[in-house]
Ligand binder design. Structure first.
Ligand SMILES: Nc1ncnc2c1ncn2[C@@H]1O[C@H](COP(=O)(O)OP(=O)(O)OP(=O)(O)O)[C@@H](O)[C@H]1O
Length: 285
């Protein structure tokens, strides 16, 4: 059997009961390879966050299986780390304090040796350097820009050497220039740490620039609609966003999202309505 890092089989997730029941995930089958970078896109309400939260073990499935390394997961675990859109840093801790915090909680439960503490200090320093935060180690979150705060959140998520990074619109609140910088940074982190990444976004360009594959989901019920292979070299560069194959696939995905959202603007119908309204105006004048 092929080895998958993450696998969903016949996954369903319902919220609520009876006529109010919402199917956020319907029969999702998805296999993600070790070290793959997969992005999830789709119209609002298509179940992207629910799928990610189910992989994280923050949401219980209604039916089906979620496997990590072939083993079913039901709860959060140290091999999976989550990064959210809102930085969720502790405002009373410095940058370095925030990065070390989750490890400290884990240690309080165990006997820790001085070599553990040293190893963690080394890891925290390495992550500060990796994320370009060395000069801000003693700063507090309120003193940092949004992009810097999100770097701290990513460094904190990486502290326990997770094999899987689950990212829910992590750059959604950042301006366009900061996002570009963060894109190259997260690709660098992915290469260096060899994590498997599942990344939710509304932004099709972001999904294509980062992903090896783009999973397009559709709403009502939430489900996987189409999976696209991204036709770009593994090593991405910003100029690739202008490549004809990049732009063509971006156009196709955007079109498919419009179709699946049920909100496709029907230009003909709009024109008919306009003509009817104008006709009504003329007949009254
Ligand atoms: N805790 C909940 N209780 C009830 N319904 C929920 C809950 N969480 C999600 N849903 C519903 O499940 C569906 C999928 O929601 P989800 O947030 O996963 O979609 P999404 O694709 O991430 O949306 P968006 O792009 O708007 O963030 C939606 O109809 C949503 O209203």
């Amino acid at each position: 059997m092929a080895h998958h890092k993450i696998e969903c089989r016949g996954l369903f997730k319902h919220f609520g009961e009876g006529p109010r029941r919402v199917t956020a995930l319907q029969d999702v089958d998805l296999a993600i390879a070790d070290n793959e970078f997969v992005t999830l896109v789709g119209a609002s309400g298509c179940g992207k966050s629910t799928l990610l939260r189910t992989l994280a073990g923050l949401e219980q499935r209604s039916q089906g299986e979620v496997l990590v390394d072939g083993r079913p997961v039901f709860a959060p675990g140290p091999e999976r780390a989550m990064v959210f859109q809102h930085y969720s840093l502790y405002p009373w801790l410095s940058v370095i304090g925030n990065i070390k915090f989750s490890r400290q909680l884990a240690w309080q439960a165990r006997d820790r040796s001085s070599s553990d503490v040293e190893a963690a200090a080394g890891r925290a320093d390495a992550l500060l350097r990796l994320m370009g935060l060395s000069a801000s180690a003693q700063a507090y979150p309120s003193q940092l820009s949004g992009g810097m705060q999100q770097r701290v959140a990513i460094a904190r998520a990486l502290m326990s050497r997770p094999q899987i990074l689950l990212m829910d619109e992590p750059f959604g609140a950042l301006d366009a220039q900061t996002r570009e910088v963060m894109h190259d940074l997260i690709l660098h982190v992915h290469r260096l740490e060899r994590t498997t990444v599942v990344f939710v976004t509304h932004d099709v360009e972001e999904a294509l620039y980062l992903g090896h594959r783009v999973v397009l989901m559709a709403p009502r019920p939430g489900r996987v609609d189409t999976i696209y292979e991204v036709p770009l070299p593994a090593r991405r560069e910003q100029r690739m966003k202008l490549a004809p194959e990049f732009l063509a696939l971006k156009g196709r995905i955007l079109e498919r999202i419009r179709e699946t959202s049920g909100m496709k603007t029907d230009l003909e119908q709009l024109e008919r309505l306009t003509r009817a309204a104008e006709g009504a105006k003329e007949s009254t004048t």
